[in-house]
Ligand binder design. Structure first.
Ligand code: BGC
Length: 732
C-alpha cells in the first residue's frame, strides 16, 4: 500500500532504498525554489495522520528528528557545527567513542570572518558540507551569527562580527557552500543571544530599531542571500517571550518579513510550551532533556511538541493547520537535502584539499595589529627564537562546548614553527604560565621563560585565551566556552606582567588566541608586533609560522572593535552586560564602531583594522553621476595599488554616512567590502554597487526601512578609522 502511494508521488523504490544515506552521484546540485516540491509535499501531508505529522515536530534522539516509517519518511540527522563536524553522539547524549569520527577542524567563526573574503567563506562551507555529507548528516548546525556586543561573551569565538553586514555576507557564503553539497546549513541562535550567563532564561530587552538594524539583518541576509534552509532559535527570551515561541521573531520577522521557507528548530531544550510554540513558534523541538532532568534515553513522546501537542490539537481541531504548516516547511527541507532522491553529491572527509583550505583560512584570518619597525617578517639578523607561552602547545579543537571537533590532527604553533622554521633558526621553548584554578602566574615558569628570552634574538609569545582547563569542561575555569561568559577583560594567569618582562629583555612578538582581545596594558606598547589569531583550526600552527617568516603576508582585519577598557564598550557603560533575569540593550543601535566613531571615542584597535607587510594606495572614488533616485543603484569604482615590497591583499571597506537623516544615525556604517589581491606594483580597479538598503534605516514610527532624501557620504578605507577616500552623493 505504502509503495503504491509513494509511486503516485513519484518517489520510487530505488529512492526509498537510499533514504537517510543519499550520498551517491557526483554532481553539484542547486537548491530548488520552494514551489518545486509543493505538489509532492501536499500529497504527503494528505496521507499523514496527526500522530504521524507530530513525529516530524520533535527530536527522536539526541541529533535526529522523527520520521514516519509507514510513509518511508526518514529521520532528519543533524550535527554541530559550526567549524567542523562534531564527534558522534549515540542516540542518547553519550559520545559513541568510535575512532572513525574525526573531521577537518576549520578555524572558528571569528577567524573565518577576519579573512573578509567571501569566496573563502563559500569554500569553507563546501568543506563543512562535504564532511557532514560523508558522515551521513542532513543538517550542519552553523553558522553562528550573533552580534559581538561585548568582548566577554563566551561564544564570540564561534560568531563572526560586531557588524551585521559583515556577519551576513560571510554567513551567506558559508551557507551557499554547505548547501552546494546537498546539506542544509542552520543559522543560529535567533536572536539576541549575546551573553551565555543565564542563557536559558535571560530576557533581552531590545528596541525594535536595534533588532532590525543590528541583531536581525545577518539572519535576514542568510535567508535572502544565502537561501539558508534552517534556523535555530536561541535559548533566551526577547522582549518577554522565549525565542522558540516568539511571535515577533517568528511570525512577523522570520515568516512575514524575511519570507523564510525553511524549517526552524529550537536550541536543545529551548521549547517551553505546547500551545504558543504551535501557534507562533519553532517547527521542531530539539533537545535531550526532559523537565525532570532525564537525559539518557528520554521519552521523546513527552516533549511539548509530541503527545501534549496531539492532545491539544484533538481538543482544538482548528489548530491542525499550524501543524500542517510546520510539516510543510520540514518536508521542503527534506526534499531540498535529497532525502527522497539520489541527487546528493558524494561527500568526502579529511582530504588534503580540506586541510589545505583550513590552512588558507587561517593564513587570511590572522590579523596583524601592529608591526613596529617592521619586525615581522623575521629578518636575517635573527638566529634564535624563544617561543614562550602555554598556547604554543595547546590543542583547542575538542574544547569550547557543542562546537567541539575531534580533529584528525592539530598543528600547534610550536609544531608549526619548528617544522617550517626549524632549519633556519634555533628554536627554544618555555611555557611561561600554566592554566590553573587560581588564575595565577607561576614564579618558576616565569623564571624559565625569562632565561629562554635572554638566550634568544626574538621572543614569539603565544598566549591569550584558551577554551578551558582540560578535564574541567563544565566548571568555572572556562573562557571561550558555551554556557559561561568571561569574568574579566584581561588575560588570565597574569600574562600581561609576563609579556611585559619578556619585552624588556628582547623584542617580543605577541600572538593572541581567543574570541576576544584584552584591556590596554603596558604589554601592548611594549610588544613590537601583535597578531590576533582567534582559533585558527587544525593548520593554525602552520599558518602562523608562514606569517612570521613572511611566506604568507597577513591580510586579516578585525571584525570587532578592541577597546582600551571594558567600560568603553557601550554594552557595559550604557547598556548592561551580562544581565540576570533581564538584560537591557540601552545602547540601542550604537554597538561596536557605530558607537566609538559616533562618539569620537578612542579605541585600542578599530573595527576593520589589520596590517600587511606591504602598503596600499587608494585612488579617487570614480562615479558617473552624483544624484540618484531611491530605487537607483549607486555604482562606483576605486583603484587600489600595491605600492610596497610584497605581494599582498587589501580589504576595501565601503561605509555610508547619512548626516541629514531625521533620526540619529551612526557616523558611518559598513555597506560593502571587497578583498583584492595585488602583486607588488600592481593596480586593480574594484567596483561596487549600493542599492537602497545601503542608505536606509529602520524608522520606529512607520515601522519600515526608510531612506531620507538628502546628502550621503560614501567613505572608502581600510578600517573604520582609516578612511582614505570620500564621495558625496544626493538621493532625491
Ligand atoms: C547549543 C547549540 C548546539 C546544540 C546542540 C546547544 O547547547 O547552544 O549551539 O547546536 O546545543 O549541540
Amino acid at each position: 500500500m505504502a509503495s503504491k502511494i509513494l509511486n503516485m508521488l513519484g518517489i520510487t523504490a530505488m529512492m526509498l532504498f537510499t533514504f537517510g544515506c543519499s550520498q551517491q552521484g557526483n554532481k553539484n546540485t542547486k537548491m530548488a525554489p520552494p514551489s518545486k516540491y509543493e505538489k509532492q509535499i501536499d500529497s504527503l501531508i494528505s496521507l499523514m495522520t496527526l500522530e504521524e505529522k507530530t513525529k516530524l515536530l520533535h527530536a527522536s534522539s539526541s541529533f535526529t528528528s522523527g520520521g514516519v516509517e509507514r510513509l518511508h519518511i526518514p529521520e532528519l540527522t543533524m550535527s554541530d557545527g559550526p567549524h567542523g563536524v562534531r564527534m558522534e553522539h549515540g542516540r542518547d547524549w553519550e559520545f559513541d567513542n568510535v575512532t572513525n569520527d574525526s573531521a577537518t577542524y576549520l578555524p572558528t567563526g571569528i577567524t573565518l570572518a577576519s579573512t573578509w573574503n567571501k569566496q573563502l567563506g563559500y569554500k569553507y562551507g563546501t568543506v563543512l558540507g562535504s564532511e557532514a555529507n560523508e558522515r551521513g548528516k542532513d543538517i550542519i548546525l552553523g553558522p553562528g551569527v550573533c552580534i559581538i556586543r561585548s568582548p566577554l561573551n563566551g561564544r564570540n569565538f564561534e560568531y563572526l562580527a560586531e557588524d551585521p553586514y559583515l556577519a551576513g555576507e560571510m554567513a551567506a557564503g558559508y551557507i551557499k557552500g554547505v548547501q552546494s553539497q546537498g546539506i542544509a546549513a542552520c543559522v543560529k541562535h535567533y536572536a539576541a543571544n549575546n551573553q551565555e550567563t543565564k542563557r536559558g532564561s535571560v530576557d533581552a530587552i531590545v528596541s525594535e530599531r536595534a533588532l532590525q538594524e543590528i541583531y536581525l539583518p545577518a539572519f535576514g541576509h542568510a535567508i535572502k542571500e544565502g537561501k539558508v534552509l534552517s534556523i535555530m532559535t536561541a535559548y533566551n527570551k526577547v522582549n518577554g517571550q522565549y525565542c522558540a515561541e516568539n511571535q515577533y521573531l517568528i511570525d512577523s520577522v522570520l515568516h512575514d518579513q524575511f519570507d523564510f521557507k525553511g524549517l526552524s528548530m529550537s536550541d536543545w531544550g529551548g521549547v517551553h510550551s505546547t500551545k504558543a510554540t504551535l501557534l507562533h513558534g519553532v517547527d521542531i523541538e530539539m533537545g535531550t532533556e526532559l523537565a525532570d532532568g532525564t537525559r539518557k534515553n528520554p521519552n521523546y513522546n513527552d516533549f511539548f511538541l509530541a503527545n501534549p501537542l496531539i492532545k491539544l490539537v484533538k481538543e482544538h481541531p482548528e489548530y491542525e493547520k499550524y501543524v500542517d504548516e510546520k510539516v510543510r516547511r520540514i518536508l521542503y527541507v527534506m526534499f531540498s537535502v535529497h532525502k527522497f532522491d539520489n541527487e546528493r553529491p558524494k561527500g568526502y572527509r579529511n582530504t588534503e584539499e580540506h586541510h589545505v583550505l583550513a590552512r588558507k583560512v587561517a593564513e587570511e584570518g590572522i590579523v596583524l595589529l601592529k608591526n613596529e619597525n617592521n619586525i615581522l617578517p623575521l629578518g636575517d639578523n635573527v638566529k634564535t627564537i624563544a617561543v614562550i607561552g602555554d598556547n604554543a602547545t595547546v590543542k583547542h579543537a575538542a574544547q569550547g562546548g557543542s562546537s567541539q571537533v575531534k580533529a584528525q590532527y592539530e598543528v600547534t604553533p610550536l609544531e608549526g614553527i619548528k617544522k617550517l622554521l626549524g632549519d633556519k633558526y634555533k628554536i627554544i621553548y618555555a611555557r611561561g604560565y600554566e592554566p590553573n584554578k587560581k588564575g595565577t602566574s607561576s614564579p618558576k615558569l616565569i623564571k624559565e621563560a625569562l632565561a629562554a628570552a635572554r638566550k634568544a634574538d626574538v621572543v614569539i609569545y603565544i598566549g591569550g585565551w584558551l577554551h578551558n582547563l582540560p578535564g574541567h569542561v563544565w566548571d568555572q575555569y572556562r573562557f571561550d566556552a558555551e554556557g559561561k561568559d568571561k569574568a574579566a577583560y584581561e588575560f588570565p594567569y597574569d600574562q600581561a606582567g609576563l609579556i611585559d618582562q619578556l619585552a624588556k629583555i628582547k623584542p617580543t612578538v605577541t600572538v593572541v588566541f581567543g574570541g576576544s582581545f584584552a584591556k590596554y596594558d603596558k604589554w601592548v606598547d611594549d610588544s613590537k608586533a601583535i597578531l590576533f589569531v582567534g582559533y585558527p583550526g587544525m593548520e593554525g600552527g602552520t599558518a602562523l609560522a608562514e606569517i612570521i617568516s613572511g611566506k604568507a603576508n597577513p591580510s586579516g582585519k578585525l571584525t570587532f572593535t578592541v577597546a582600551k577598557e571594558l567600560k568603553d564598550y557601550p554594552s557595559h557603560s550604557i547598556g548592561e552586560f551580562p544581565g540576570d533575569s533581564t538584560v537591557e540593550y540601552k545602547e540601542g543601535i550604537f554597538v561596536g564602531y557605530r558607537y566609538f566613531d559616533t562618539e569620537g571615542k578612542e579605541t585600542m584597535f578599530p573595527f576593520g583594522h589589520g596590517l600587511s607587510y606591504t602598503t596600499f594606495d587608494f585612488g579617487d572614488v570614480k562615479m558617473d553621476k552624483k544624484e540618484f533616485s531611491p530605487s537607483e543603484t549607486v555604482k562606483f569604482s576605486i583603484d587600489v595599488t600595491n605600492n610596497g615590497d610584497y605581494d599582498g591583499a587589501e580589504v576595501v571597506q565601503v561605509y555610508v554616512s547619512d548626516p541629514s537623516a531625521k533620526v540619529k544615525r551612526p557616523a558611518k556604517e559598513l555597506k560593502a567590502f571587497e578583498k583584492v589581491f595585488l602583486k607588488k606594483g600592481e593596480t586593480k580597479s574594484v567596483s561596487f554597487e549600493l542599492n537602497k538598503d545601503a542608505f536606509s534605516y529602520w524608522d520606529p514610527e512607520t515601522k519600515a526601512w526608510t531612506v531620507d532624501p538628502g546628502k550621503f557620504e560614501i567613505l572608502v578605507g581600510n578600517s573604520s578609522a582609516d578612511i582614505r577616500q570620500k564621495a558625496e552623493i544626493t538621493i532625491k
